[in-house]
Design a protein. Sequence first.
Length: 292
Amino acid sequence: MCQIRFKHTTHWQNLRHIIETLRVLEGLKKSEKIEIASEGFATPFQVIPAACVINQKQLSPYIKNIDSDIAGYLNTIQFPDGVIADEATPGASGNYLPIARVFGVKRAGSKRETAYKHIEDQYRILILSCFPSIREKLSNAIAFFLSELIENAKDHSDAANFYIFAQYWPALREFELCMMDDGIGLKGSLSKLYDHISTDEIAVREVIQRQLSARISDLEALPGTGLANTIRILSNNELESTFTLLSGNFGYSCSNDQCRWVQTGTLRIPGTLINVRIKEPRETFNIFSYIQ
């Protein structure tokens, strides 16, 4: 019987651990059982990609010690199924929101638009009301991340499911937001417009390099401008933050000003995974200095 474990250490170790966890899940057959270790520490960065793949493959997760802390936590945040976006309410501690999910977003027309608009509005309100210090110091940043990243998923992912989950740790004064869809990924969306976007690596590099260089080209019109602006906001000396983008078999990740390309080899991430973790700043942070 295969087992996965949720744990939290340094950013780069977390990233490696997530990739290995997804390798294990992808190696399972449809509807197989998967054990989750009774010891561990779960964060949105680990929970959301695991939930996405578990649901996509209709796996059956279980924990032997149902009285363990991790079992209680995962049950509370509605792992892995999540709740319908308009049913998401703050947890008892006020420091987290359950996994919110938009189902069946391949539906065309107004229903699809409404589903995404609702999850953006609902989650922004919940985050800013749930975490007062975040509202005071990062309200512009949170509103921007949600708007741009959810808009990107809505317009370009062709996903069947979209997941979002947020957690705030008062002792650490850190906030984490993770979102993921099970759609066609950056390569799938960009290749519809540009013939040269033939691999996941090219797709991710083109989106990221728009932020890393000052060049102006026809690529500036590509879907993903919100991703470039998000990275620009997070890659500065004002915020202590991490950012990760994974799509297909390629990605990009930053811990403060240290950034790396990420290759996942034979593992293909379904859709697009985006994770943001921010240390609460001492003063109000203004994102408009970084948006282009």
